[in-house]
Write a protein that binds this ligand. Structure first.
Ligand code: HEM
Length: 404
């Protein structure tokens, strides 16, 4: 572990995300043969792809946001966290796969969830240490504190997931399911996205940021999530109040983004890009799903909008953000970065429209045949990112070599 140059470290740390993307594809193809394909696909995506991405990029972006690069001697501990996280994720999935055959499978799931929770608590402490060391004057301090809060919400969400796997009496299973979704999707994924986009959204659209909205939105979203999670135990109305606070926090941040988009629409100059449009569309899914969710909770007939949140929001924002971050992090000069960005933006409008229309059709269609067709359209549009990512890396590397 002594020769961890930045490139080696980043390659090793980012490998699990690529491996989980392939596992996701294989599991989707094999889903007719699997006993709980919905749970499995959702958790390969959330624990395998999303959690690895958040742990990797929240560290990378913390260093950029605090303008304080860590010494290479800090990398082995980061890599250990990533390996332990993946051991935990594999154990959780193995535990749930054992469910049909073994009544006490939840012991295995619980052990995996405990490992995931411990790694995220360690990650939160590591990021918290970097905030403290950077001092109070840093402009993007709220964003990094957002990463700390996001990680802590996964600690809570993992414990709730273990309880769900064990099975709870009466109404508790449903209440805890809502708390689990709110802590994980609203708190963990939502806060990590909010923290990242508070800085990256204006950068993707190549405009100046619209003020310091992160100072209000990030703490308010954390408070809203905490209220929603605790409220879920009391019943749907209390959870709805928290979801509304959370949505208000996002709406405040989103208004700043709308101002960015309007400024670009008035004078585009080539600034409308695949990453920016995907992320913007993803946030519309988040706001609409959360408003719908709050309305259902108030009506006392809650249904978690899991698909809309995981696909419309989380997957779309992840792919949009990666399409921006991977080329800009690889670097190599403006021409090389432009070449990488251009590959990842191929057929951008077609992909964004096909994905959003496919997902909306999938959610709205009544007949299984129509749902199947829409689902395939949405998946193909989403998964087209994978070959483009491989091509973009090749093109950017050859552009870098051509320059040197
Ligand atoms: C840390 C380990 C985790 C464990 C042990 C776990 C366990 C579970 C279990 C057992 C259920 C099914 C509950 C039921 O149907 O009664 C469930 C549902 C769910 N989980 Fe997790 N989970 C974990 C992490 C996550 C993460 C990180 C996310 C999102 C970022 C997530 C999102 C969801 C969602 C959206 C559902 C509802 C699925 C649906 O609508 O069918 N989980 N989880």
């Amino acid at each position: 572990m002594t020769d961890l140059s930045p490139r080696t470290w980043h390659r090793r740390a980012s490998r699990p995300v690529s491996v989980w993307m392939v596992v996701f594809l294989l599991a989707a193809l094999a889903s007719p043969l699997i006993s709980q394909p919905r749970w499995l696909l959702m958790h390969i995506f959330t624990l395998g792809i999303l959690t690895n991405s958040v742990v990797l990029w929240s560290q990378n972006l913390t260093e950029r946001f605090l303008q304080r690069r860590l010494d290479d001697s800090a990398r082995p501990a980061q890599l250990t966290r990533i390996y332990l996280l993946n051991a935990g994720v594999i154990t959780v999935i193995a535990g749930q796969l054992l469910a049909p055959a073994w009544g006490r499978h939840w012991v295995v799931t619980g052990a995996g969830a405990a490992l995931v929770a411990a790694v995220l608590a360690w990650h939160a402490a590591a990021l918290g240490g970097q905030v403290r060391a950077a001092g109070p004057g840093k402009r993007h301090r709220p964003a990094v504190l957002g990463y700390v809060a996001a990680s802590l919400f996964l600690v809570v969400g993992a414990v709730l997931g273990a309880a769900l796997a064990a099975g709870l009496p009466g109404a508790w299973q449903v209440r805890v399911l809502h708390a689990h979704l709110l802590a994980n999707v609203g708190g963990f994924v939502g806060l990590a996205v909010m923290a990242s986009l508070s800085v990256l959204f204006p950068a993707m659209w190549r405009v100046n940021g619209a003020g310091d909205r992160d100072r209000i939105s990030i703490p308010l979203a954390a408070a809203g999530t905490a209220l929603a999670v605790v409220g879920s135990f009391a019943g749907p109305r209390a959870a709805a109040a928290g979801v509304l606070v959370y949505t208000a926090a996002w709406a405040w941040m989103f208004l700043g983004f709308v101002a960015n988009v309007v400024a670009v629409a008035r004078d585009p100059r080539g600034r409308i890009s695949f990453p920016g449009v995907s992320v913007f569309a993803g946030l519309i899914w988040l706001l609409a799903s959360m408003l719908w969710y709050a309305a259902r909770l108030f009506a006392g007939a809650p249904e978690p909008p899991s698909l809309a949140l995981l696909m419309g929001f989380a997957a779309q924002v992840l792919i949009g953000t990666m399409s921006y971050l991977i080329p800009t992090t690889m670097g190599g000069g403006p021409a090389a970065v432009r070449a990488g960005l251009a590959e990842l933006a191929r057929a951008g409008w077609l992909r964004v429209i096909a994905f959003n229309a496919g997902l909306a059709g999938w959610l709205a269609a009544d007949s299984p045949a129509a749902q199947g067709v829409f689902r395939i359209i949405a998946f193909v549009a989403l998964v087209s990112f994978l070959p483009l990512m491989a091509r973009a890396a090749r093109v950017q590397v050859s552009a870098i070599k051509g320059l040197s």
